[in-house]
Design a protein around this ligand. Structure first.
Ligand SMILES: Cc1ncc(C[n+]2csc(CCOP(=O)(O)OP(=O)(O)O)c2C)c(N)n1
Ligand SMILES: [Mg+2]
Length: 347
């Protein structure tokens, strides 16, 4: 397993230490702290009935934000349902992330210049779509990649193999991330595959694979940066397995993790926490203080308050919006229904 920072925040692999400025290191910490608060607030807002679908992210910050930090604005993200933080840091406004959670179509409309697809709910489907985007980038000679994310469970899907195989065969500009949090809802990793690692699944597709400490933001960043450089140099796609953990439930729709995970396992992973580890590292370099952390927390809370207000006030989704967003040209069987709903909505 590729690692740079151990659980005590000490560098164990000097050779691969990424070349990041002090400001960039601090920015990484800011993003992780901010995202942890966003997760806590999203869970609370969901319980208050102000948000809908929500998949908790705490524990996976290094995996999500370390990989994203290695990207450029021109890169395309094809996320899964848990990967909303990467979209936000790629430029999706917070109020739109909340609208996505509320099931509003505007949450899926990426602003101009934000290169990303909406979060995929169909497990693994984004891998096939990413291969297409990655090949398109290559054919247009772009110095950009398509990165996609799935979970450990996603690697049991046919689409996972098809996407990687295709991208491998065509040398497409892709980075495939597997965030291995140990469970596909309640199904543990060892019940999903007899493969020793998930990274080794790259071999059959003829591409590079690496297993990375997903609680170590520097390791995830360095691996993704390396994968990006290879891809844009025409050296083909790479699969990165990040070893991580989600502290919360699978989603907020009634999953109870205590029925399939022990408290011992939870605390074992909490000791590896990505924020604790990186905070220790930064404090050792005199780059971080409690005061700075509190500023980030306050800023996050303020932004969230404003964004949820904006999402609540956003015009409600209409049935006619649904139909017209789905079709460029209305099929005959929907023409009548469109008229019917237009009439209803105008009352
Ligand atoms: C094709 C498909 N099958 C089943 C489901 C139901 N489902 C939703 S999440 C999930 C588990 C996915 O686990 P994993 O890939 O490990 O991702 P994680 O939720 O742990 O991030 C399943 C089976 C689905 N959404 N799509
Ligand atoms: Mg999982």
């Amino acid at each position: 397993m590729f690692q740079i920072l151990n659980e005590d925040g000490k560098i164990v692999n000097k050779d691969d230490m990424p070349d990041l400025s002090d400001d960039e290191l601090k920015e990484l910490m800011r993003r992780m702290v901010y995202t942890r608060i966003l997760d806590q607030r999203s869970i609370a807002l969901n319980r208050q009935g102000r948000l809908g679908f929500y998949a908790p992210t705490a524990g996976q910050e290094a995996s999500q934000l370390g990989s994203h930090f290695a990207l450029e604005k021109d890169d395309f993200i094809l996320p899964g349902y848990r990967d909303v933080p990467q979209l936000i840091w790629h430029g999706l406004p917070l109020y739109q992330a909340f609208l996505f959670s509320k099931g509003h179509f505007h949450g899926n409309q990426m602003p101009e210049g934000v290169h990303a697809l909406p979060p995929q709910i169909i497990i693994g489907a984004q891998y096939v779509q990413a291969a297409g985007v990655g090949l398109g980038l290559k054919m247009r000679g772009k110095k950009a990649v398509a990165i996609t994310y799935t979970g450990d469970g996603g690697t049991s899907q046919g689409d996972f193999y098809e996407g990687m195989n295709f991208a491998g065969a065509y040398g497409a500009n892709n980075i495939f991330i597997v965030q291995n949090n140990g469970f596909a809802i309640s199904v543990p990793r060892d019940k999903q595959t007899a493969a020793k690692t998930l990274a080794q699944k790259a071999i059959a597709a003829g591409i590079e694979g690496i297993q990375v400490d997903g609680m170590d933001v520097l390791a995830v960043y360095a691996a993704t940066k390396h994968a990006r450089e290879r891809a844009i140099a025409g050296e083909g796609p790479m699969l990165i397995e990040t070893m991580t953990y989600r502290y919360g439930p699978h989603t907020m729709a009634g999953d109870d993790p205590t029925r399939y995970r022990s408290a011992d396992l939870d605390s074992e992973w909490e000791k590896k926490d990505p924020l604790v580890r990186f905070r220790k590292f930064l404090e050792g370099k005199k780059l971080w203080s409690e005061e700075e952390e509190n500023q980030v927390i306050e800023q996050a809370k303020e932004d969230i308050k404003e964004a949820i207000k904006k999402a609540d006030q956003y015009p409600k989704q209409k049935v006619t919006d649904f139909i017209s967003n789905m079709f460029e040209k209305l099929p005959n069987n929907l023409v009548e229904q469109m008229e019917e709903y237009k009439a209803k909505e105008s009352k």
